[in-house]
Write a protein that binds this ligand. Structure first.
Ligand code: G6P
Length: 362
């Protein structure tokens, strides 16, 4: 069967796709670079960004989580306000729109019916749209005014991995090119920083035994698991929780560190695994304070920090990358821990129960 050949020596598509991430990063840099090595995107897209008074990102699942991070990129670099919406909610519960909105659809497949339904609606209203997708010629690509491709190659495993990091890289490029076109200063070289990200991804790819051990230690028998983070780490925690639920069927939730005390902390019992992300300097001490709060209630903490911010007892330290780009790296431990948790629990990693790769019904 042809699909077996494509998997090569890998036991699962998911693991293969996790490992492809550094190569995907390099491919994205290549495809969005001009002859002088500067980042470049279609000038019509840059104009559409500059004409917008507000951006509405519409997506589902993992792509929605990429949108939450993309909002930070666009707001911080290009300084255009961004709202991020779940497509199935937006269609039926449309917020009050700004005067000149630009809609950005993020969709690996380009076929998600909930997202398409929103595109049809906003087109009828006369609004402009951009689709960020992995599939050229997909429905959302054909029907939107503009497309940016992910260049991640086919993603077969139901749980999305390389498409998420590709979405983040493309959103960062969109934000950076737009910022520069508006005369805003970008204090770092994105091509260089994405190169550093690709190298860091390789380091994590070679640390698989560590993540297998973490999965074994924390997740082989637990019935639930929590992910906490602050700022951009919170969004990666949401994606970490989604990965884990999708393929291991462990009940998992992501929370903002500061929100724990407002209810969630009631769920912590003796031995409850809590994965905490610490990649952001300005909240490093406060997230560690949150870890102390859950440990005091019996939690089993697994702190994943970034080099330079690490402290004693951290379970894994990711290589240092630019503070805005940490989600591209910190998600990889989440992907691998989920993968090994599913494996240890004898779950069907590539084809989890009840899920489809692309959902073409509303
Ligand atoms: C399905 C998949 C998810 C995916 C979501 C959105 O539910 O199982 O992995 O994140 O659809 O898919 P899209 O192709 O629009 O990114």
């Amino acid at each position: 069967d042809a699909s077996d050949i494509e998997k090569g020596t890998y036991p699962h598509y998911m693991l293969k796709e996790i490992d492809e991430q550094p190569a995907v990063m390099r491919k994205i840099i290549q495809n969005y670079q001009d002859a002088n090595g500067e980042l470049e995107i279609d000038s019509d897209i840059v104009s559409a960004m500059n004409e917008a008074d507000r951006i509405y990102i519409i997506a589902a699942g993992t792509s929605y989580h990429a949108g939450l991070v993309g909002k930070q990129f666009i707001e911080r670099l290009a300084q255009i306000p961004v709202e991020v919406h779940i497509s199935s909610e937006f269609g039926y519960n449309m917020p009050l729109l700004s005067k000149k909105p630009l809609f950005i659809f993020i969709s690996q497949s380009g076929e998600t019916a909930d997202s398409r339904q929103v595109l049809v609606q906003v087109k009828e209203m006369g609004h402009k749209s951009l689709t960020i997708t992995n599939v050229p010629g997909s429905t959302l690509s054909r029907e939107a005014d503009h497309t940016m491709l992910l260049y991640a190659g086919p993603e077969i495993a139901v749980a999305s991995t390389k498409a998420y990091t590709a979405q983040l890289a493309v959103l960062a490029i969109l934000a950076e090119v737009t910022a520069k076109s508006r005369g805003m200063e970008v204090s770092f070289n994105l091509v260089q920083e994405l190169g550093i990200v690709a190298n860091a991804m390789e380091v994590l790819r070679d640390s698989k035994e560590e993540f297998e051990m973490i999965a074994r230690e924390y997740l082989s028998t637990t019935r639930n698991c929590f992910f906490i983070g602050r700022g951009i780490d919170f969004y990666v925690g949401l994606e970490g929780a989604l990965k884990l639920k999708e393929i291991s069927y462990i009940q998992a939730e992501g929370f903002a560190g500061g929100e724990l005390k407002h209810g969630t902390i009631a769920l912590i019992e003796e031995g409850t695994p809590v994965v905490a992300l610490a990649t952001q300097k300005f909240v490093n001490l406060s997230i560690r304070g949150n870890v102390k709060e859950v440990v005091a209630r019996g939690a089993n903490p697994c702190i994943i920090s970034m080099d330079g911010l690490n402290m004693e007892d951290d379970r894994f330290v990711i290589p240092e990358v630019h503070e805005l780009l940490t989600p591209l790296i910190s998600v990889i431990p989440m992907q691998l821990i989920s993968y090994y948790a599913a494996l240890h629990r004898d779950c069907d990693v590539d084809k989890p129960r009840n899920l489809a790769k692309s959902v073409t019904v509303e």
